[in-house]
Unconditional design. Structure first.
Length: 95
């Protein structure tokens, strides 16, 4: 398995088998869908499933190994933005 922080399977899981994968990591919810001609990515705030949420960001990448790696990099960026926003919104604890 190619290493990534999300535990997403290696590229051929998407490029050769046209699979869909959803998951979450520390409050960041995401989906990678390769059932069509491209790899589509979507993120949402949760905690509900995608069908009951409004997407916060969407991306589309070529359905090859390069597109898969670009999709993972895009998810990394989206996750970092989400976590920074959550950290900024955190209220200080009272003493």
């Amino acid at each position: 398995m190619e290493k990534n922080q999300f535990g997403i399977p290696k590229a051929d899981y998407f490029t050769e088998n046209s699979n869909r994968y959803t998951g979450s990591l520390r409050g960041f919810h995401y989906c990678i869908d390769a059932s069509g001609d491209t790899i589509r990515t979507v993120t949402w705030p949760g905690p509900q499933c995608l069908a009951k949420s409004t997407p916060t960001a969407e991306g589309e990448f070529s359905k090859d190994a390069d597109g898969f790696h670009r999709a993972i990099a895009w998810l990394d960026e989206q996750a970092a933005q989400r976590w920074a926003k959550l950290a900024a919104e955190k209220k200080p604890r009272p003493f």
